[in-house]
Design a protein around this ligand. Structure first.
Ligand SMILES: [Zn+2]
Length: 309
């Protein structure tokens, strides 16, 4: 048995297979990514807590002797075991390696792949159809996000995808929609562009904010950053039914029909989710980079075809 094998046995460490499963579940909890393992990292301690490792198990170290350089390198047995588990997951194509992820996100991280995401959901007993709503990163979806946020903004943008298939949901179209959602909510910093509301579920897995199409999917609107807005549920609804629209300078416009609405409509307590906006002319909250702002061609179409003057 190898020196490392003997040490694992001596300290009664969990098996690599068990660590692999725990790692997949923890990745899911942490949005699909974790930094390379180093000491004092949240995820490293979290998995150690999951296995109820004692102090000896956490601090046991391996000594590697480099004869040529005449030095001894010490590394923590627990970190080594985590690395072995992650390496094995990468061989099974369930996670991407830090050097692969670096090219995509400029960060050295282990990231779930779609296959790894599916497996993580399965072992966490979460139904696969919730995948669409989870903001969990996966290697394939991040590739789309990179494409959406780095492509050149066209001067004369066509917000319609005439080849778009409305009814057929393919694996590819589902990944594209998730990429669109991720790119939009990231760009808007998880806030509603209209009221700037920002909140997630108690387990921090689900964000309330939604990625809205400006030219809707049902009108063949493209899944592009220039045809999207991050909106809370209420403002998403109000935007889709034509209570709200935007001017070319991104100020919010409210339908004049608001004045004929009974006073108890559209309010909870003192907060009036449409009237509050109509009182002051102001711009929506926009992403920092101008290239990511909604395109005028999408906004104009919405103003002319969805908005009720
Ligand atoms: Zn809102």
């Amino acid at each position: 048995m190898s020196y490392e094998g003997k040490m694992l046995e001596r300290f009664n460490m969990p098996t690599r297979f068990k660590v692999e499963r725990a790692l997949l579940q923890t990745l899911l909890k942490h949005g699909g990514v974790t930094k390379e393992f180093g000491s004092g990292q949240e995820i490293v301690d979290e998995i150690a807590d999951h296995f109820e490792l004692n102090e000896d198990q956490r601090s046991a170290s391996l000594k590697t002797i480099y004869r040529k350089e005449n030095r001894v390198k010490q590394s923590l047995l627990w970190h080594r075991l985590l690395f072995r588990a992650a390496d094995s997951l990468a061989k099974q194509q369930l996670v991407s390696r830090p050097k692969q992820t670096l090219k995509l996100t400029k960060k050295r991280e282990w990231m779930l792949t779609e296959k790894g995401f599916d497996k993580a959901l399965r072992i966490s007993n979460i139904p696969n159809d919730t995948k669409e709503f989870l903001p969990t990163k996966s290697y394939e979806v991040q590739k789309i996000v990179k494409k959406l946020t780095e492509s050149h903004r066209p001067e004369n943008y066509d917000p319609f995808d005439r080849k778009k298939k409305l009814l057929k949901k393919t694996k590819e179209s589902i990944i594209r929609v998730r990429g669109f959602r991720q790119a939009i909510i990231d760009a808007y910093n998880y806030k509603c562009a209209i009221c700037e509301m920002k909140i997630y579920s108690p387990d921090s897995l689900l964000w309330e904010v939604e990625a809205a199409h400006i030219v809707p999917h049902s009108f063949l609107g493209r899944d592009d950053i220039w045809n999207g807005l991050a909106l809370c549920h209420l403002h998403h609804w109000a935007f889709d039914v034509g209570w709200l629209t935007l001017q070319d300078d991104y100020t919010i416009c409210v339908s004049s029909k608001i004045h004929s609405l009974p006073p108890d409509f559209g309010r909870f307590g003192d907060y009036e989710f449409i009237r509050a906006i109509s009182r002051k002319r102001r711009r929506i909250f926009l992403p920092g980079r101008i290239e990511l702002h909604p395109h005028h061609n999408s906004i104009r179409w919405h103003r002319q075809n969805v908005f009720h003057q």
